[in-house]
Design a protein around this ligand. Sequence first.
Ligand code: ZN
Length: 244
Amino acid sequence: MGQIVDSNGKPIVFGEVSGKQQEVFECSVCKVRTQHGLVQNGPTFKAKVNTGTDKKPVDVEFPRVHYIYRCCGCQTDTYFLIQQQHTFRVSSPGISQNATWPTMVLHRYPRAIPEAHDVLPKGIKQNLLEAETCLAAGAPNAAGTMARRAVDEIARLHKATGKDLYNRLENLRSVGLVSKELIDIAHQIRSAGRNGAHAEWQELTMDQARNALFLLKEMIREIYITPAERKQRLQSLTKLKKKP
Ligand SMILES: [Zn+2]
């Protein structure tokens, strides 16, 4: 099987897809490269593809396969429709030669995720990525600890004062920079991080760590991403003018 490219011809790192039990690729939920186990693959079937032009169509039958892979971290399934590499004969007057089309991902769901949002401060992006890497590696206590660290970074960037994170969050609440609801969420993530970091507290389960990360991402979205996107959209509307 040859190199795998997307519909724009850009290579996709997907490993061998010839029915291997384990593949490593970027999970749409974990947002890092994780091990994926093959859950199911359909039988190879043939699909007609026009390899000529609209004016002069040349139909060739390509082998295609459906695959479902499950992420070892978040247990999310990703579906792939793969068109396998195929060599066929191309004939035009005076010429007859072989052509090979590479293996292609025709469809993937969920889609490969975009990069972390540009508006996120570097420290938060880094903590979030590290938390997700821990989760993907099956380390819930470490993931919870990193999620707490991200909350602390948010507090620091908002210039919160206080001797510990509890007090810094309460300081944020009192100045009203962050909504009351988000502060309550932040306290829950703080607790998850405390449990993750200290042996005298109950260990976090994968489910709890996953929920802590999900809530952290909601916080980040509300504090940083939504306002930035709103500003951008409003700017586009303020450009509306009367016809000259
Ligand atoms: Zn995952």
